[in-house]
Write a protein that binds this ligand. Structure first.
Ligand code: GLN
Length: 379
């Protein structure tokens, strides 16, 4: 097998799901809901199944879907988006990120990645021949040092990857932070590839600011996102890239040969979701706010230390008091003996940090309640 295969492992997040399954543990590792999408959306899918959209969609995305997506994203991002020339529909944002990297990077190019980071980015970089340069988001606040960031830009990277709201930290980047990144992107002529899959899961008083909406940034931003988290349909694998037409031209080619296209019937059904009004998004935020508050109150009762998430549905919990030197072993032990699965922090950190583990709380309250009860046996 190829050398590149030897340079990364399978996903630890998804490995923890397999470990959770094998021990019958409650899976708070891989982030996906244990509740259904809105009934209206399931109904739309049933209707589509009865109809005759069962063959390939147009490779770049079904026209209906792209038009609905352009309308919805223009509304939230506050910028006009042309469905014809500025969108590629992908199989999840996983493909969108991979396609973005392959579109802009030559082998040997450098890419700035904040650490801790969602583990796909390192594998994406390797697969596209690029070399990650890591900039620390320092726990427990997960802020970056402006000088360290500029040092990374001085190495003339091709792109910076911005996961906002951030997995695994729950950080929502402030306008000021985004402006610093924008200033460097301009000064050092760098693309910004965003992963904004948690764009609608942001807790008051924090606000999500789309990087592409900052003055002058649309031209250098490849916005990647998906419908997975917003509509609780992670299994539908619907994602997309939004970027200027010249970048989209390139991304279309990558996408054409990676996957041909996202599932046609699912694109058609998802138009229903893309047409939801503002109320849906307010409700989503409220539902996740309740889950977050429920879960972190439980952590408080257990006396565990954590960073309060501002967005996304993850919380990083400090396990130093348990004295384990190996967070992967700790998580395996916890899945087996306590019956709750989390993701070891080392799979997100570039630095030698092994005292943090990630729980997600995209679960029914009863599931979270049971997990918290089991966690009483941690000590
Ligand atoms: N984003 C999810 C997580 O970090 C997993 C997504 C995936 O496995 N594709 O847990």
């Amino acid at each position: 097998v190829s050398d590149r295969i030897g340079s990364f492992t399978d996903s630890v997040i998804r490995r923890m799901t397999r470990i959770a399954n094998s021990h019958g543990a409650i899976n708070l590792s891989q982030g996906f809901p244990d509740f259904d999408p809105p009934e209206e959306l399931k109904e739309a899918l049933r209707k589509v199944a009865e109809g005759s959209i069962h063959q390939y969609a147009v490779t770049w995305g079904a026209p209906n879907f792209k038009e609905a997506l352009a309308r919805k994203q223009s509304r939230f991002m506050g910028i006009p988006i042309d469905p014809e020339t500025q969108i590629v529909v992908t199989c999840g944002s996983t493909e969108a990120m991979m396609a973005a990297m392959m579109t802009v990077c030559n082998p040997g190019d450098k890419v700035v990645v904040f650490s801790p980071f969602y583990e796909n980015y390192a594998a994406d970089a390797i697969l596209s021949g690029a070399q990650p340069i890591y900039v620390s988001l320092k726990p427990p606040e997960f802020n970056f040092d402006v000088n360290e960031l500029e040092e990374a830009f001085k190495q003339r990277p091709k792109a910076l990857i911005l996961c906002n709201p951030s997995n695994p930290t729950g950080k929502v980047f402030t306008l000021e932070e985004l402006q610093i990144i924008a200033e460097f992107a301009e000064k050092y002529d760098t693309f910004v590839i965003t992963d904004e899959v948690y764009e609608h899961i942001v807790y008051e008083p924090y606000k999500h600011i789309y990087f592409a909406s900052l003055p002058g940034m649309f031209e250098r931003t490849i916005s990647c996102s998906s419908l997975s988290k917003t509509y609780s349909i992670t299994g539908w694998r619907l994602g997309y890239l939004i970027a200027p037409a010249n970048i989209i031209d390139g991304a279309r080619k990558v996408h054409d040969f990676l996957t041909v296209g996202a599932a046609a019937p699912l694109q058609e059904a998802a138009v229903t979701a893309l047409n939801f009004g503002d109320e849906y998004y307010r409700n989503l935020r409220d539902v996740y706010t309740q889950k977050r508050d429920f879960f972190i109150k439980g952590l408080d009762r257990l006396g565990l230390k954590y960073t309060v998430p501002q967005g996304a549905y993850y919380v990083m919990v400090d396990i130093s008091e348990f004295g384990s030197k190996n967070d992967l072993e700790f998580c395996e032990w916890m899945a087996r003996e306590v019956g709750v699965a989390a993701v070891p922090g080392t799979s997100f950190f570039r630095e030698e940090i092994n005292h943090l583990i990630r729980f997600h709380f995209a679960k029914k309250e009863e599931t979270l309640d049971e997990a918290l009860k089991r966690l009483e046996n941690l000590r």
